[in-house]
Design a protein around this ligand. Structure first.
Ligand code: NG1
Length: 464
């Protein structure tokens, strides 16, 4: 750990930041870090010994709602991030503030169980990280942390997971502890579920394993990652639908319903497979490639009663059955029933597309990658049903305006779209989206706050 005056040295700060950001943004980023350090040094918690941490957001190129089924994803960590300055405390308190004072602060003692904040409060993510470490019997020390974020929240760019990972790194480092990235990614994914989402492990893995200029092909069970270079002559443009999709309330319910439907689909398929004398599966990702779920599942939606009966009769795995029956009990029945066939069709076809997309990227075949992104969006819209009118309109305008590929990214129900564009066409493409979507469809006159490029960036770590 360093004294605050060491962190305030502008020259060494700029050296530390070089490589994390685009060259043209280095000065602005240095100013941002310097402001954070100065503000922290004036706060009541600053005691002289401090360290800097950074956790990036992520954008997913393809592989949506696959991770919690143990199917692969193709994301990248990006240069929109949360940065933090942290110092250990001698009491058992965690005190976190944001440079944006409108967020308020978050305070809890390490021994409080999670969650103590109101639903949707950002403090829950910090508490979840601390709880996750405590559950590993790690001796956690209190810490004061001040953060600054450039990741839009509720946008499908993993601001919540970046906060979980950043907090976990802060708690570990403040306590003189270290943890290997793959283990920490799994721990952070499990910890984030304390906040109520039934998510997978893509975000935390992408945030920790990110690499400059490279896309990540992440597989689960066991968690592993290989990286593929992103071509220098292409750009990733993020376009926000302007619809916020916070992981609280209805967006969380809709997300968790998709996760439950996938587990129910796997349980019913698993029981069918056992009846055929084949091995049981408990997750869609365990099915062989090319598996046709329509042999085991009916076309129309299932009612709650129907599923309860099926699970009671068919599923002999008692803990799994109990878990699914309890989740089903808590879930409202969708008007069209539980759409198990559609969900499994999306997951299994998306798994195939991710493999094809990774191969296309490796071969530098950007047009095939783009085409897969388009098909993925259609599957997200029609089978996973996680899109909305604004996302579909953005994607449609994107396709008409000459992008190589575009689709919604992240959990959906609002949030962002990701667009793959050749660098020479970027400006014109951006102008088209500004005019045709933001101005003409949404009446937004300052689209620049919704439209930005990102580059593949390094993973989360303690900086100095
Ligand atoms: P975002 O978009 O960051 O909310 C969520 C899940 C991921 C993954 C994607 C959809 C969490 C923390 N994140 O990401 O695990 O399932 O949706 O692909 O639940």
């Amino acid at each position: 750990m360093n004294s605050l005056s060491v962190l305030q040295d502008e020259h060494s700060l700029q050296q530390t930041l070089r490589g994390l950001y685009r060259e043209e943004e280095l000065s602005a980023q240095t100013i941002r870090y310097t402001r954070l350090i100065d503000e922290f040094s004036r706060s009541e918690h600053a005691d002289g010994q401090a360290f800097l941490i950074r956790a990036p957001g992520r954008v997913n190129l393809i592989g949506e709602h696959t991770d919690y089924n143990d199917c692969p994803v193709l994301p990248m960590a990006v240069d929109r991030d949360i940065i933090g300055i942290c110092t250990p405390r001698d009491d058992r308190k965690v005190v976190v503030t944001d440079t944006d004072a409108s967020f308020g602060s978050c305070r809890f003692t390490i021994d409080e169980p999670v969650p103590a904040h109101r639903p949707g409060h950002w403090g829950n993510y910090i508490q979840a990280a601390v709880q996750g470490l405590k559950d590993q019997q790690l001796e956690i020390r209190g810490f004061s942390l001040m953060i600054d974020s450039t990741i839009p929240s509720a946008a499908g760019l993993s601001s919540s997971s970046a906060l979980v990972v950043l907090s976990a790194l802060a708690a570990l480092h403040a306590g003189g502890l270290q943890m290997e990235n793959l283990r920490l990614a799994q721990l952070a994914a499990a910890a984030e579920r304390y906040t109520g989402t039934a998510g997978g492990g893509m975000d935390q893995a992408a945030i920790l394993l990110g690499e400059t200029s490279r896309v990540l092909k992440i597989d689960f069970a066991p968690l592993r990652c290989r990286t593929v270079p992103f071509p220098e002559d292409h750009r990733i443009l993020i376009a926000h639908s302007s619809i916020s999709a916070p992981k609280t309330g209805s967006a969380m319910e809709a997300y968790n319903l998709r996760s439950l439907e996938c587990s129910l689909a796997a349980a019913l398929i698993g029981s069918y497979e056992v009846l055929q004398g084949r091995a049981r599966c408990t997750l869609l990702g365990e099915l062989p490639s090319g598996y046709d779920p329509s042999i085991a599942l009916k076309q129309t939606g299932y009612t709650k009663d129907e599923l309860q009966r099926h699970l009671g009769e068919l599923c002999e795995e008692v803990p799994l059955r109990a878990r699914l029956l309890s989740a089903l009990e808590k879930s409202a029945e969708p008007s069209e029933g539980f759409s198990l066939l559609k969900r499994s069709r999306h997951v299994l076809s998306e798994r195939r597309r991710v493999e094809q997309a990774a191969r296309a990227l490796e071969a530098g075949d950007m047009h095939s990658l783009g085409e897969l992104m388009h098909v993925s969006h259609e599957s997200c819209r029609d089978d996973m049903q996680i899109s909305c009118t604004e996302l579909d309109t953005l994607v449609e305008i994107g396709r008409q305006s000459g992008c190589i590929g575009c689709r919604l990214t992240g959990a959906g129900f609002g949030g962002c779209t990701v667009h793959l564009v050749h660098k020479d066409l970027l400006q014109d493409y951006r102008n088209q989206l500004s005019k045709r979507f933001y101005r003409d469809c949404m009446g937004i006159t300052d689209p620049d706050r919704f439209l930005f490029t990102v580059v593949p960036s390094a993973g989360a770590r303690i900086l100095i």
